[in-house]
Write a protein that binds this ligand. Structure first.
Ligand code: ATP
Length: 454
């Protein structure tokens, strides 16, 4: 059943306007929090919602029908909308716990057997059996709160309103009450609480209504309401602690942006590890901008070749250097293959280009270039072929060097030396029928004419 208000207004006899033109719809089956500083009108609104107070203007509707303020109408409303007061002493008055819980069902006209069954069910459920004959005013705060909730629940309401349910409870007692509220919500009850504990409201609620000076300031999911920092502060509240911590991390690019973590595990999920490096930087690049650092060598390549792209400048120093956060784009190791044109075979050549996924071809020497040209081979590099192949391979290209005669072994030697000296992970393999000569000359290690040097 849905609880609504339309342009609700209430002033106390001394003229204090405690509720000012409030129109709301309480979402059914949800965990709802009214949040606002002391005196913002939460308690007054709750008393209006269960018919304890009668509005001066506007109306309260339950199940789409305007509340009937006759005694039978109010009895019907209070059976469906139970209220647990902030101060349990205002609620508990019977001589024993048992009688207190029995009060509601008795008023609703239940039979003696039915009352006994319901009260015992509540005593069991709330762990109160051992206290059933005690006077409520001899109980601890947490125990009183459980008795008060049990008394309301004994009438099996659809909606349970609790005014500041956790105030004055120790952390364990507060957790016990929260567990009860969550359990009741799981059973389908709509739970409405009031609180100025923004951390609780943010984490616990499905829906939040923000009140200030008797007016509704904002409403929506807790993430939505608390994302408006200014509004929350204007209502004399502070933003949830976890959201403050997250925002500080986000400002420093230590957490993924624009999220609303509710608890520590959610916050931890949003953290990203940083990989920082100090680099020389041009004076025009500002903090927060991104630079591309290209392919990184040296110690960094030990983890595999990668290119540092879109590296954000986090901090600039007066000496012209900056700390940047590396964003690694891992490159798959490039390859250099050498083809001996002395033994050129068009069919074999085409197969190699296809099989090794070649995307860069360079030709060395007149003979290689002529054969390539006569066979329609798309040569992209005619000079400085070894260096260009190395540069292409270290950024992930698969290169094929066409060479012949004495240049074959020279080429292989240069590339092997480069790979060994740099420590950069590259695949090097002479390919084709002529590959055997290169292998015999340079290494004992032969595997089907293919050597991988890493
Ligand atoms: N019986 C009363 N007579 C006159 N004014 C009252 C009465 N009860 C409450 N008020 C006033 O109505 C306004 C709203 O009070 P209310 O108790 O509804 O706020 P609240 O948000 O529940 O506060 P808190 O968080 O302190 O419980 C306050 O200005 C308060 O002083």
């Amino acid at each position: 059943m849905i609880l609504e208000t339309k342009n609700l207004e209430f002033s106390y006899p001394d003229g204090t306007k405690a509720v000012d033109d409030i129109s709301i719809t309480i979402p059914q089956g949800k965990k709802v929090s009214f949040v606002g500083k002391n005196g913002s009108g939460k308690s007054t609104l709750f008393l209006l919602l269960n018919g304890t107070l009668k509005p001066k203007k506007g109306k309260v509707l339950f199940g789409g029908k305007e509340v009937d303020y006759s005694s039978s109408g109010l009895r019907e409303l209070r059976k469906k909308v139970g209220i647990v007061f902030q101060n349990s002493d205002d609620q508990l008055f019977a001589p024993t716990v048992y009688q207190d819980i029995a009060f509601g069902p008795l008023n609703l006209g239940y039979s003696k057997e039915e009352i006994d069954r319901v009260v015992n069910q509540m005593l069991d459920h709330f762990g109160l059996q051992a206290l059933k004959d005690k006077p409520p005013h001899h109980l601890s705060g947490g125990q009183k709160k459980r008795v008060a909730i049990a008394g309301v629940l004994a009438m099996d309401p659809d909606i349970i309103i609790l005014d500041e349910p956790l105030s004055n409870l120790d952390p364990v007692g507060a957790d016990e009450i929260l567990d009860i509220l969550n359990e009741l919500n799981d059973l389908g009850k709509t739970i409405i609480i009031s609180t100025h504990d923004v951390d609780l409201a943010y984490k616990w609620s499905d829906y939040v209504l923000l009140l200030s000076s008797g007016k509704l300031v904002n409403e929506g999911t807790s993430g939505y309401v608390f994302s408006n920092d200014e509004e929350v502060r204007n209502s004399a509240l502070k933003s949830p602690f976890i959201l403050d911590v997250y925002r500080e991390l986000e400002k420093r690019w230590l957490a993924t942006g624009n999220a609303q973590p509710k608890d520590i595990p959610e916050l931890v999920q949003l953290l990203h590890s940083v990989d920082l490096m100090r680099v020389d930087i041009s004076p025009e690049v500002a903090v927060g901008e991104c630079v591309n650092l290209g392919v990184l060598f040296g110690d960094y390549t030990k983890e595999g070749l990668y290119e540092a792209v879109n590296s954000r400048v986090l901090f600039k120093s007066d000496d012209g250097t900056a700390v940047v956060e590396l964003k690694r784009r891992v490159l798959k190791p490039g390859a250099i293959h050498v083809y001996n044109m002395d033994e050129f075979d068009k069919a074999e050549f085409d197969k190699i280009v296809d099989e090794y996924d070649i995307n860069f071809i360079g030709a060395m020497g007149k003979k290689s270039k002529d054969i390539a040209e006569n066979n329609g081979i798309d040569v992209v590099c005619n000079s400085g072929v070894i260096d260009k192949s190395i540069l292409n391979a270290i950024t992930g290209s698969r290169c094929l060097i066409l060479t012949s005669s004495g240049m074959v072994s020279h080429t292989a030697k240069r590339i092997r030396e480069y790979i060994q000296n740099s420590g950069i992970r590259l695949i090097f393999s002479p390919v084709g029928k002529g590959a055997l000569d290169i292998n015999e000359e340079n290494t004992q290690d032969q595997t089907d004419g293919l050597i991988e040097v890493e």
